[in-house]
Design a protein around this ligand. Structure first.
Ligand SMILES: [Zn+2]
Length: 285
């Protein structure tokens, strides 16, 4: 079986484990005759089968499986001497707008050459078997939409949208500055520099997106979490709100993470492997 068999522990008696009570919550508590990995998949699929509203909360791990580096991954080539964190602050941008713009063009090139992976596709295909699926993502690459997910809330913005520094003009796309040679291009309405419409370090998350995510977290029947460590707030509050409301939380991640304490079921493995298996189970349920 997969990795989750070796690492998953919600059904394994362990009095010292944090969140043991939460992990065993629900009607599918302990033990089974199937092997642990398959039993957990089965439990997760049965929880999903009853969900009228499923929220899928995703993070960088899902994108990494498509070859999208995160800010914390080692950098290669000409960018190796730059601190990626400097590329993701307003101060960094103001210090050297062309440099940061080129950095995002570089990242855009990686995303343009990447494809949604099996995890993205399984998430999109959940819409075929459940009444309503909303994706709440911390990723900015648009891969969920490319995979076919129809309802996606982007908590950290999108690298496919742009706004001007004044903040007065947002929702711009590449087509809006396609004719400009200057880098970074300028807002055609106010003349300010454009920037990617993403949340940089030190900036607040888009209010509407965050409010919608919190509302959905409280209202959903099941929360499926994939590829996120769950430590960066306020986004990390999304699955915690569901857990606090007594809603089952299924956590898919190769490594144990902070969310495991609040999760009902932990499926240990890459989302690109675990989610297609979970989808298959659900379809068979
Ligand atoms: Zn403007």
């Amino acid at each position: 079986m997969g990795d989750e068999e070796r690492h998953a522990s919600p059904n394994r008696p362990s009095p010292r484990r944090h969140g043991e009570e939460a992990a065993n919550r629900g009607p599918y508590g302990s033990g089974g005759k199937m092997s642990l990995g398959e039993a957990l998949l089965e439990q997760a699929a049965r929880l999903l089968a009853d969900a009228r509203l499923l929220v899928v909360f995703t993070g960088a791990g899902v994108s990494r499986e498509s070859g999208i580096p995160t800010f914390r991954d080692p950098i290669e080539g000409v960018w190796a001497r730059y601190d990626p964190l400097r590329m993701a602050t307003l101060d960094g941008y103001l210090q050297d707008p062309p440099l940061v713009w080129r950095w995002y063009e570089h990242r855009f090139g990686i995303v343009a050459g990447a494809h949604p992976n099996a995890g993205h596709i399984a998430i999109a295909e959940l819409e075929q078997v459940l009444p309503r699926v909303v994706v709440v993502t911390q990723n900015i690459d648009g891969l969920h939409q490319r995979a076919g997910s129809s309802e996606v809330i982007e908590l950290h913005g999108s690298m496919h949208r742009f706004k001007c520094l004044s903040g007065h003009h947002a929702g711009l796309t590449r087509a809006d500055f396609a004719g400009q040679t200057e880098q970074p291009p300028r807002c055609s309405l106010c003349g300010e520099l454009l920037r990617p419409d993403v949340v940089w370090f030190g900036e607040v998350l888009p209010e509407d997106a965050l409010a919608a995510a919190f509302r959905l977290a409280r209202a959903c029947d099941v929360m499926l979490v994939a590829g996120t460590s769950g430590i960066v707030h306020p986004a990390a509050s999304v699955p915690l709100l569901a857990a606090q409301a007594g809603t089952p939380v299924i956590d898919v991640n190769p490594e144990p993470d902070e969310l495991a304490r609040s999760a009902t079921i932990c499926l240990r493995g890459p989302s690109g492997e675990v989610l297609p298996r979970l989808l298959q189970r659900l379809a068979d349920t």
